[in-house]
Design a protein around this ligand. Sequence first.
Ligand code: NAP
Length: 253
Amino acid sequence: MTILILGGTAEARQLAATLVADGIAVISSLAGRVSTPSLPPGKVRVGGFGGVDGLAEYLRGQHTSAVVDATHPFASKITKNAVQAASRTGTPLVKLKRPGWRDHPLSGTWTWVSDAAAARVAAEVAVRPFLTTGRQSLQDFQAWAHREVLVRLVDPPSSSFPERWTVIVSRGPYTYADERKILTEHGIDVLITKDSGGSHTVAKLDAAGDLGIPVVIIARPQPPPMICLDSVAEAAAWCRSVENLRFVGRSIT
Ligand code: NAP
């Protein structure tokens, strides 16, 4: 029996490390979007499952005792699939949900929007925008092809980019000093980001606040109703309890 961790986040890797250290069998699942992903300890599988049907089949085939959805807060499709597949197969499921930035001291000064298209509209007057909304949102900013846009991505872009755009390829965590330097050196006049939450990428928001640079931020999609845990420690405790129950059940029958 194995715990399946739907991953692609730092928290998913930390959870895998904790459970492996406890001697619990885990398989971490990655979508395969990043060319050289940071790999967690334990077994890893890569690639989509093939929708709800494929995931349900996988859960049965691997004799999965529980699933932790530790995917990124904006990865809403895999979360919905996990809820349906877990319900169909009777597999216990929790969401490890990284706390967002709604409680950040400056959050009241940011312009909150529902998606990337709304973010572009909200930042329309900007001259030097800095986009950290991820590769998948870039098509919503194509109307800015003629502008001096700074884009930060984890992987080099796969398709061609507007000539006037500058692309930085890098992966967090980022320090306050580095973020401040990027904002000032590129003359950024608006930061467009999404509520990814956590500490690894929050420094840009602190630096923008100190420099008086406006922030447009995309709010998180609403997750489906499911049990949510805030921390790796809570998720690890939940996995241990599932494993313990399984052993109790086995000794009774
Ligand atoms: P998504 O839109 O929710 O999922 C699209 C499809 O990708 C899913 O239907 C599934 O394919 C596959 N998939 C997603 N996560 C998977 C996983 N952990 N293991 C196996 N298959 C997975 O997801 P996304 O927004 O493209 O994100 C993809 C991955 O990147 C996630 O694992 C997420 O944690 C990570 N990530 C996302 C963001 C973001 O901003 N969205 C940021 C950082 C990291 P099938 O239907 O074929 O199973």
